[in-house]
Ligand binder design. Structure first.
Ligand SMILES: Cc1cc2nc3c(=O)[nH]c(=O)nc-3n(C[C@H](O)[C@H](O)[C@H](O)COP(=O)(O)O)c2cc1C
Length: 413
């Protein structure tokens, strides 16, 4: 199909798209340019009906996702390249925003080349920008590892519709000779008046009870509120996939997840309470503290874990009688999983209750500096508990967004 005739296709026939054709198109599209010829993208092909159903909510249940014979999720991918480096005595440094942008650029260039080639073969395509709105669902349905991030989705099939072509702004709206020409009100008029006068757009304004077409975009289709909340979700997901570090996100509050996932990553942080050595298990969700357990480091009654252990998992476990408990699991130096069962049973109930309160505040994502202020302002009866709260506050300081301070494991008060 000539580019002048192209249009987005959102309805497809039942005719399958063969693996042979799809593979050929993907292979041909891989001739597209990429950074350092590293091909920083991956394509996940979804044909399975059940998996399409699982992906659909992330795309606001747009019907194309379940109706199209093939759904392609194109991902910015620095995982494969990093693994290649690690296997070849090279030290990759691609867990950062610049690397994400480079990989996303490669992925989107590949996507567009694929679209052109597929449309040339007569296939119909719809690009779904919703991919970056709720990436966490897509990440989990497609089991994307760290350093892989979905940036585009294409629904692909043989066209079952022939919609009218959409309009385009005039050339002068997009072209600037030598330097950028500001858009005066007159220039805006000449760029947008034709679009605004189209009957379908006038209809759009009317049915939405708006005054201008621009208001349909700002107040209904792409609102500030939605953009800001989805930006926060996007940043959190980028941190989760390790393209961003939580400490680079000042002011970003991660999304509230009320139902605790069964398994949470966790940091193990030692601290001093009076003369005793204590340990805190800080459960992390999306890289931010979500809950905290603390206990005495003690071989007999408390918790004994090797000093080298700094990370692990807190696992929610239900006994046969439905009783809930939390276990701590870490991988020891020989690579074996070791589980300490029943974190909750090992602690003095009073500390446990205070930790539960602090975890409640963390779960609802009160900014860490406020949590620390709250904890340090508590004036409790018992001196030892006061010393414990000071220890917990020091543990949490590690998670301040702009914290350049490192937490001294054996810090004394
Ligand atoms: C970044 C991006 C996001 C898009 N997201 C969607 C989408 O979620 N749903 C949809 O139906 N079309 C989506 N589209 C398709 C556009 O609506 C379409 O390209 C545009 O209206 C112009 O129409 P045309 O492609 O037929 O010329 C998207 C396109 C792009 C480039």
């Amino acid at each position: 199909m000539n580019i002048k005739q192209r249009r987005t296709i959102r309805k497809y026939t039942q005719q399958p798209v063969s693996d042979e054709l799809l593979n050929q198109l993907i292979e041909d599209a891989s001739r597209t340019q990429t950074m350092g010829n590293l091909q920083l993208y991956s394509v996940v092909v979804t044909r399975d009906e059940e998996r399409k159903e699982m992906l659909a909510p992330a795309h606001f249940s747009q019907p194309m996702v379940t109706q199209a014979p093939v759904v392609l999720t194109i991902c910015a991918d620095f995982r494969r390249t990093s693994d290649w480096c690690l296997n070849r005595k090279a030290n990759p440094g691609y867990d950062n925003v610049l690397s994400f942008l480079n990989a996303a650029t490669d992925a989107l260039l590949f996507t567009q080349t694929f679209c052109c080639l597929a449309e040339e073969k007569g296939l119909g395509i719809c690009f779904l920008g919703t991919t970056v709105y709720q990436p966490q669902t897509i990440i989990s349905v497609l089991e994307l590892p760290e350093l892989v991030f979905p940036v585009a989705t294409l629904t692909v099939g043989w066209p079952a519709e022939s919609p009218n072509q959409t309009d385009r702004l005039p050339l002068q709206a997009i072209i600037h000779q030598e330097t950028y020409n500001a858009f005066t009100p007159e220039r805006i008029n000449s760029c947008y008046s034709e679009r605004e006068s189209l009957p379908e757009n006038k209809h759009f304004v009317e049915i939405n009870s708006k005054e201008t077409l621009a208001q349909v975009f700002t107040d209904i289709r792409y609102t500030r509120k939605d953009n800001e909340s989805m930006s926060a979700t996007l940043l959190t997901a980028l941190a989760q996939q390790k393209f961003l570090k939580a400490e680079n996100l000042p002011g970003i509050i991660p999304a509230v997840t009320e139902r605790r996932p069964d398994v949470l990553e966790c940091d193990v942080v030692r601290f001093q309470n009076k003369k005793e050595k204590w340990v805190a298990f800080v459960g992390l969700l999306d890289g931010f503290p979500y809950e905290i357990f603390t206990g005495l480091q003690d071989d007999e009654e408390g918790i004994a874990i090797p000093k080298s252990v700094q990370k692990g998992f807190i696992i929610k476990h239900y006994d046969r009688d439905g009783q809930k408990r939390y276990d701590f699991q870490f991988i020891n130096k020989r690579g074996y999983k070791t589980t300490i069962e029943g974190l909750s049973e090992r602690f003095n109930p009073e500390y446990w209750d205070y930790a539960k309160l602090i975890s409640g505040v963390l779960r609802y994502r009160m900014p860490i500096d406020h949590v620390i202020r709250l904890i340090t302002s508590l004036q409790l009866e018992n001196d030892t508990i006061n010393s414990w709260t000071a220890g917990v506050a020091r543990v949490l300081k590690k998670y301040l967004p702009d914290s350049s301070q490192t937490f001294d494991e054996e810090e004394t008060e």
